[in-house]
Design a protein around this ligand. Structure first.
Ligand code: TYM
Length: 353
């Protein structure tokens, strides 16, 4: 079976962008793929000083949301990134094979560094190499993410290709498929690390802010009203939708670049109801905002309430979450240890006696 891997950072609350851009697709993919999904807590400390108590809370809560959203521990390995030390180790090995210029070009780094001013850590620059390690450790074939991670996936592919080119000789020469030897005598084509593909959904890849249809919905926006969190109460959801930005045009439509809010809110409606675009247009195309907003509120509340109910159960069930995360970490360690040992070996590190 092919393998899928993905993760969300435990910083702040998981919102509809994370859910529709990533987590909802993870749930579908666990049916078909050998699945590894992690809470990327090591990534969560790259943005500057953090509150240790909050990190623990948020890590547990994120894992519980994964399960509440439908990840089935019988099908998916759900684990915490820092419970598998090979992520940090492979990150170091890949760091030394990654040109710094590749990282300085990353759009997210440039944006975050601009906002952080003086307080830019080495970790923030190195963030995409840690992400590459997450993916490459498991030889993932496919990585379901939102649009904003596309460039990081490209970088992951480049890093894997470079490691394969630089260190794909030696014992790997003997193990490669027949005829895969490049003129240099080295293998090119993923003999050490598998080159993964991104999976970016058609709808939901870029859920926009409620207060500005041209900005991404994000955890870091200080305006709480800009996003709907998976754990928001019905009252909070109603309030946020009531106050969200709209326009003065009659009727609702998808895809008009001058009406980003209309496209975004209709898309959220589409995703929450499971309808097609055409069905949404038929039902809502001639609505006024005043009629559409309550319908949207109902759809969001209806979609999220079973997830919230399951979340509450999971958080109350003593020991359940810990058990799932322990089994997930055991399974993850088994795969990850093997990959990092192969990379060490290919790079010429002496075996431990
Ligand atoms: P993070 O925690 O910022 O976001 C988690 C996932 O949610 C997606 N996403 C969105 N999708 C649609 N609309 C939005 N407004 C929106 N905002 C966020 C992201 O694309 C992502 O899929 N670097 C990653 C975490 C990561 C990872 C990995 C992902 C670490 N290691 C390995 C995949 C594989 C990140 O910052 O995601």
């Amino acid at each position: 079976r092919k393998r899928v891997l993905s993760g969300v950072q435990p910083t702040g609350s998981i919102h509809l962008g994370n859910y529709f851009g990533a987590i909802k697709n993870w749930v579908k993919m666990q049916e078909e793929f050998d699945a590894f999904y992690c809470v990327v807590d090591l990534h969560a400390i790259t943005a500057g000083a953090h509150d240790p108590k909050e990190l623990i809370k948020s890590t547990r809560s994120s894992a519980a949301i994964y399960l509440a959203a439908g990840l089935d521990p019988e099908r998916s390995n759900v684990f915490v990134q820092s419970h598998v030390s090979a992520h940090s180790e492979l990150c170091w090995l890949l760091n030394c094979a990654t040109p710094i210029g590749w990282l300085e070009k990353m759009i997210q780094f440039k944006e975050k560094a601009r906002k952080a001013g003086e307080d830019v850590s080495v970790g923030l620059l190195d963030y995409p190499v840690l992400m590459a390690s997450d993916i490459l450790l498991y030889n993932a074939d496919i990585v379901p993410v939102g649009e904003d991670q596309r460039q990081h996936l490209e970088l992951t592919r480049d890093i894997a290709g470079r490691v394969n080119n630089l260190y794909g000789g030696g014992k790997w020469k003997k193990m490669g498929p027949k005829g895969s030897r490049a003129p240099s005598g080295r293998f090119r084509g993923g003999d050490i690390l598998r080159v993964p593909d991104a999976y970016i959904p058609e709808a939901g890849a870029r859920v926009m802010s409620l207060t500005d249809g041209s900005a991404k919905m994000s955890k870091s926006n200080p305006a709480e009203g800009s996003r709907i969190n998976v754990l928001d109460t019905p009252d909070e959801i109603a309030k946020k939708i009531k106050r969200c930005k709209t326009d003065a045009v009659e009727g609702l439509e998808f895809g008009d670049p001058t009406r980003p809010e209309a496209t975004n809110l209709l898309t959220i409606y589409q995703l929450c109801t499971g309808m097609t675009k055409e069905e949404v247009l038929k039902e809502c195309g001639s609505m006024r905002w005043g009629d559409f907003k309550p319908a949207l509120t109902d759809a969001v509340v209806e979609h999220l309430s079973p997830i919230q109910a399951r979340y509450a159960e999971i958080m109350q069930e003593e020991g359940y979450l810990d058990g799932v995360l322990k089994r997930g970490a055991d399974a993850a360690n088994e795969v990850a240890e093997k990959t990092v040992a192969d990379v060490r070996d290919a790079m010429g590190f002496m075996e431990r006696i």
